[in-house]
Each structure stands twice: as C-alpha cells, then as structure tokens.
Design a protein around this ligand. Structure first.
Ligand SMILES: [Mg+2]
Length: 386
C-alpha cells in the first residue's frame, strides 16, 4: 500500500454562535484527503478527515511540513510487515524531526492526517472505525454510544423560551443528557436558565453546564455557591484550562463533578492535569479532543496514562460533536460522545443523521468513519475529490 496523494483545504465554519469565551464568526477548519494506490470498484480507496472545532484550519502546517513529510516516506515506513497501512508507524513519520514539548498548532495538523489515515485503514479493512479500534484494543466495541446534546448558547431575545424549545425538541429526538452554557450572563440569570431546563427533564435525564474556561477564582466560587444543591451532571471548564492549581482548589470546594481537558492538546498536558489538577477519578470527566491532540495514536497513549493514574476510560467524553470522537467512544470504551443541539451550521450538522433513542446513538456501519454519510460531506470535500 502506497500513499499517492494528500490534499487539504480550509473550510469556513462561520456561525453566529458565541460562548462566554469566543465568537465563531471567523472560525475555519481543515479538510484532508489521503489517496492510496489501492483500487476498488474502479476507484482509489481514500481516507478523509475533517477538523474538530475551535482552533481554526491548519493549512500552512499541512502544506509546508506534514504532507511533504508523509509523501517523501517510503511505504515501508508507514506499513506493517504485511504491507498494510499502520497509522502508528505513519504517526512516527509525521513526527520526524519534531522536538518534544511546546506543541503549538502542530497537534491539530498531525491529528487531522492521523484521522484520515485511520479512516483509510478501516476502509482497507472493510470495517467501520469503531470496530477496527475495538479489535486493535482487544475489547468489545459497539456501534451504540451514549451521547449528550450540547448547546444552550445565549440568544439576544427570548433566550429562556428558545432554550426550553431546544431542550423539549431534543427530548423528543431521543436525547436524555444535555449541556448548556454558563457565564454569558450574570449568575442569577444563569441559575434561572438552569432551573428552566431542569424543570423540563424527566427521570434519568441530566443537565451539565459549561463555562468555557473564562471564570476567575472568585467568580467560580460564586457560581459553586449558587449551583450548590442543584442536580448537575458536571460543571465544565469553569477556570482556565492550564491552571492546574486552581482546578485543584475548585475540586476541593465542591461535590459537583468537574469536566475539563478540551483545551489541552497533548499527552504531556493531559498527564499534567491528572498529576496536578486535583481531579477526582470517581466523578470528574476528561474531555481531551482526539483530533486536535495529535489524533488516535496519541489518544490511545493518553488512555494508557490515565489508567496508570487510577482513572477509568468511561470517565472520558471527548470534545466536539464529530464522527471521529464518536467512533473512539464506541471503539475504545469511552463514556460519552457529544452531539450538537444546533444543527443548522456546517459543524453542527455533522452528527445530524445520528439516530438517537433513549440517549444512545447508533454509529454508521459504513467502512471507515462514515463521513460520507454526514449531511455536509459534499460541501466540506468539494474540490478535494476526483
Ligand atoms: Mg466545553
């Protein structure tokens, strides 16, 4: 098996959405296609990947560094002894001559090619990615994954009524777990939004809240006081993602589970969070973003690290509603996948075709990741496919 071409393009993700940290009006993402010399049904077998959201496209790094490095490698360097594509070996090719530490944006560029290589490897094996991951990991994998519906962004007018409309609709669509934003208004108004949603939930349904890493210590303490006693599934990123000492203090102040990690992009940072963040393996959630953190090869090392620190991988809920993360949940035995409530934007529509029943989604059975089955596939990969 030889890789004969790797193509990339930048895709605008313009959306009117805001959280308490950033707006998404100028957001972009990268799409990648890896073409192999294997031909089936008269067409080359290709791997495709689309970025996670929140860190912009990686075009410069892909074009100048990582695509040329992969294209220059002889197939012996990215295949196994049988000549089959081995994403682990390809990862080593991508990371050739990269110094340790100081990850910058390269982790997203490498993660994207890694995702396309896993898609290709699963297609060459003629199985969905979740099944391939389960086989490699030696564990029972499943197309059924527990999901939560994520949204609750702020509206200029009629905010609580529209929020409740969203939640009611998603309950009707089969969702049982929800997450909404906090920190975009004052604490009193946030408590009113939370109370309005909690009033809609039936038995077994849960609500989490997300501060997007913007709260000071004092603001966090004020929120913890106001939220004390409310049945929240977790409070997500109340404080700066890299302030481990503050995480340690916050975790000591509240029984509410804390979820964090989506803005750490390396195994090194993931390990530092476990070492120094004071998080609690019996309740807290780890949300490392697979695609933005060097991809599946590195994520499997992160899982080994967290198990060495006494954590169960069921406490992992990888960031962002994209198919790759959902396959990792099903294939690697993680806890939860994220699905966007808002499905009109390009990114939000990626998981719009998931069939959800009683909080459980069914992953595509198509070989690979199944991005081809996602609503915006043609728009994302326009110009990259032959
Ligand atoms: Mg978040």
């Amino acid at each position: 098996m030889r890789i004969v071409a790797v193509k990339e393009k930048t895709v605008p993700l313009a959306s009117a959405t805001r959280n308490s940290s950033i707006g998404f009006g100028a957001m972009t993402a990268s799409a990648v296609v890896v073409e192999s010399d294997v031909v089936r049904n008269g067409k080359p077998v290709i791997g495709v990947a689309f970025d996670s959201i929140g860190r912009y496209g990686h075009g410069g790094l892909l074009r100048e560094r990582f695509i040329p490095r992969l294209m220059a490698a002889e197939p012996e360097r990215y295949t196994d002894g049988n000549g089959s594509l081995d994403p682990n070996r390809a990862w080593d090719v991508l990371m050739t001559d990269e110094k340790p530490g100081g990850h910058g944006e390269r982790c997203g560029a490498v993660g994207l090619i890694d995702a396309a290589l896993w898609d290709l490897a699963a297609k060459l094996a003629d199985v969905p990615l979740w099944a391939l991951l389960g086989k490699i990991d030696g564990r029972p994998a499943s197309a059924k994954v527990a999901v939560y519906a994520s949204g609750g962004h702020y509206r200029e007018a009629d905010d609580i009524r529209l929020l409740c409309e969203d939640i009611r609709r998603e309950i009707g669509n089969g969702h049982r777990r929800f997450k909404i934003k906090i920190g975009g208004v004052g604490v009193k108004d946030d408590v009113a939004r939370i109370a309005a949603v909690l009033a809609l939930l039936g038995p077994g349904m849960t609500l989490a809240v997300d501060g997007n890493g913007t709260f000071s210590r004092d603001k966090t303490v004020a929120y913890l006081d106001a939220l004390a006693g409310l049945p929240l599934a977790w409070i997500e990123e109340p404080v700066h993602p890299l302030d481990y000492e503050l995480h340690r203090e916050i975790a000591s102040l509240t029984p509410i589970p804390i979820a964090t990690g989506e803005n750490l992009f390396s195994r090194d940072d993931a390990r530092n969070l476990l070492r120094y963040g004071g998080l609690r393996p019996d309740r807290d959630m780890l949300q490392y973003d697979v695609s933005l953190s060097y991809g599946i090869v590195e994520y499997r090392r992160v899982l080994a690290d967290l198990e060495a620190h006494g954590w169960n991988r069921a406490r992992c809920a990888p960031h962002a509603g994209h198919l790759l993360a959902a396959h990792c949940v099903g294939g690697l035995g993680l806890g939860l996948a994220e699905v966007a409530i808002e499905q009109t934007s390009l990114f939000g529509s990626l998981t719009a075709r998931f069939a959800v029943a009683d909080g459980i989604a069914s992953l595509p059975e198509a070989p690979g990741v199944g991005l081809e089955t996602a609503l915006p596939f043609a728009q994302i990969f326009d110009g990259l496919l032959n």
